[in-house]
Design a binder for this molecule. Structure first.
Ligand SMILES: [Zn+2]
Length: 222
């Protein structure tokens, strides 16, 4: 998502604008809140906005911001100090994200272990019944047997042929077939040619990709 370089403080709120809406955060800590922009109105994700129809302080702050900076006019530029502040916010969010992931993973591990143990127990019990029923079918020479609770059936299976030494088998012409030469696209050559010439070869489409933003945090940033 591309952020417009805008940030302004409205009555102790910092507002960041993007294509989809606004991120409104208070000066005195607390979590930032998203305000989405729809065709007709603003939708805030804060608790107040969820439980009542009345406008919350975040939507009011966004409206103040917009009336101060109408869309057709230039938005204020992001200062270097704010850029650094935002990078610090990213660091904080990264930390929280990491902790969430760690916490979820340890829960997932516990759930997996529980499921494994329960499944093992159930599988062992099922095996008793299956073995007994299999014997019942054999003893009576049934191939199919309908019962009140369902139908049992026995089906013979094709043997599996395992090739243990391929070279030995290949010496017997009866079991050798020749696979014709296969033509495939040389993707590396195609990429090199297209990026160098910009030419779109028939049968291809060149999709241009936007630049990629990345950030690296200094140690201790959080
Ligand atoms: Zn709100």
């Amino acid at each position: 998502m591309e952020l417009m370089q805008t940030s302004i403080e409205m009555q102790s709120f910092t507002i960041i604008e993007s294509e989809n809406g606004f991120l409104v955060s208070g000066d005195f800590g607390g979590n930032a809140v998203e305000v989405h922009r729809t065709d007709t109105r603003f939708q805030c994700q804060c608790f107040i906005a969820q439980v009542s129809d009345s406008e919350c302080e975040h939507v009011r702050a966004v409206q103040d911001y917009l009336s101060l900076h109408p869309p057709q006019e230039e938005r204020p530029m992001l200062s270097q100090a704010d850029a650094d502040l935002y990078l610090g916010k990213l660091a904080k969010l990264d930390t929280i994200e990491g902790r969430n992931l760690e916490s979820a993973n340890s829960q997932i591990d516990r759930i997996k272990l529980w499921l494994e143990m329960e499944t093992e127990k159930i599988t062992r019990q099922k095996d008793f019944y299956i073995q007994a029923l299999d014997n019942f079918m054999h003893m009576n020479e049934y191939s199919t047997k309908r019962l009140v609770n369902g139908t049992l059936s026995i089906r013979s299976q094709q043997p599996e042929i395992l090739i243990k030494d391929e070279d030995t088998v290949l010496r017997d012409d009866r079991f050798v077939r020749i696979i014709p030469e296969k033509h495939t696209v040389d993707k590396a050559a195609l990429r090199k040619y297209c990026t160098q010439t910009g030419e779109e070869i028939p049968g291809t489409e060149i999709i241009l990709k936007p630049h990629k933003f990345s950030y690296k945090l200094n140690r201790g940033a959080e």
